[in-house]
Design a protein around this ligand. Structure first.
Ligand SMILES: *Cc1c(COP(=O)(O)O)cnc(C)c1O
Length: 306
């Protein structure tokens, strides 16, 4: 169901599942900070398990080690459009009796081991912020679930806890999906599959053109990757970014700081995550959007290969 933002989608899903004060939620240290901030919005504590050094999504064996008696849920992030290792994470959740909620804000139409992201656990959270694979003209988000009880609860939660007009028997927030944004998303949705195919083709082109280049191209672990972003890695990241800028090519860094290193997390879980920290110092997102041409991809690759 539609909600105001992707951050709200995560927070409301957690709240709808009864997660809050005193509970811990294990999540990824390399993501938009909003993943962890949404856990805090619900009143719970984010706990970071480090990422896999190649996949850059949360490492299942470290999730298992981060579990305490207070752990209630796992919130994997399908970072850059690459699905996390969902079969392993779902297995941990099942064995340890934990709720699984997926942050799908960068992974519209992605599949993990052939199964759509957002359908592995209790709920999936999506953002339609303008820069996402499916974007509105302003903020928008959605929660998906196949639990009818949770869906009903979320419809009340996003609407001030109202059961009927002006009746507020329970707590709720104001997180409506704006009608105008909904109309735009509805018009754009039929094009998402085509845009996704274009992103995959451009990513394949980058992989081909960057073969042998002096940078590390993170491997594709799952054919369900939807390439929200195309990060490469190099210890000389800042030099390379400057070189691309001089050639008129804009790149971005997702993300310059691991979340536990953010000042906002110092009272929450500042435990270092060295793999995420190293990745944060090396990743550089190359231009990638459905309107990019193969000639433009080749031009970027030429600057990188020198
Ligand atoms: C964009 C994003 C969010 C937050 O979504 P908003 O709609 O901006 O609130 C959360 N997690 C990830 C991984 C994101 O990319």
């Amino acid at each position: 169901m539609g909600v105001g933002t992707g951050t709200d989608a995560i927070a409301l899903a957690l709240m709808g599942l009864g997660i809050g004060e005193g509970d811990e939620v294990i999540t990824s240290p390399l993501s938009a900070a909003y993943s962890a901030l949404a856990i805090m919005m619900a009143g719970a504590r984010p706990v970071f398990a480090d990422i896999d050094a190649e996949r850059l999504t949360i490492a299942p064996e470290l999730v298992e080690r981060a579990i305490t008696p207070k752990t209630k849920a796992i919130l994997p992030v399908h970072l850059y459009g690459q699905p996390a290792d969902m079969p392993a994470l779902a297995d941990i959740a099942r064995r340890r009796g934990l709720i699984l909620i997926e942050d799908c804000c960068q992974a519209h139409l992605a599949t993990a081991a052939g199964k759509p992201v957002g359908t592995w656990g209790a709920a999936g959270a999506f953002s339609f912020y303008p820069t996402k694979n499916l974007g509105a003209l302003g903020d928008a988000g959605a929660v998906i679930t196949n639990d009818a009880g949770l869906a009903a609860k979320l419809r009340r939660l996003r609407n001030g806890g109202q059961s009927s007009r002006y009746q507020h028997p329970e707590f709720g927030v104001n997180s409506r999906l704006d009608e105008m944004q909904a109309a735009i998303l509805r018009a754009r949705l039929p094009r998402l599959a085509g845009w996704t195919a274009a992103r995959r083709a451009l990513a394949a082109r980058y992989r081909e053109r960057l073969t042998g280049a002096p940078v590390h191209v993170p491997p594709e672990f799952d054919a369900g990757h939807v390439y929200h972003l195309f990060p490469i890695r190099t210890p000389d990241r800042d030099t390379l970014q400057a070189r691309l800028r001089d050639a008129g090519i804009e790149t971005l860094i997702h993300y310059p700081l691991a979340i536990p290193a953010q000042q906002a997390m110092q009272t929450v879980d500042p435990a270092p995550c060295p793999v995420a920290e190293q990745a944060a110092s090396q990743v550089l997102s190359l231009p990638l959007h459905p309107g990019l041409t193969t000639a433009e991809v080749d031009a970027v690759a030429r600057v990188i290969t020198g």
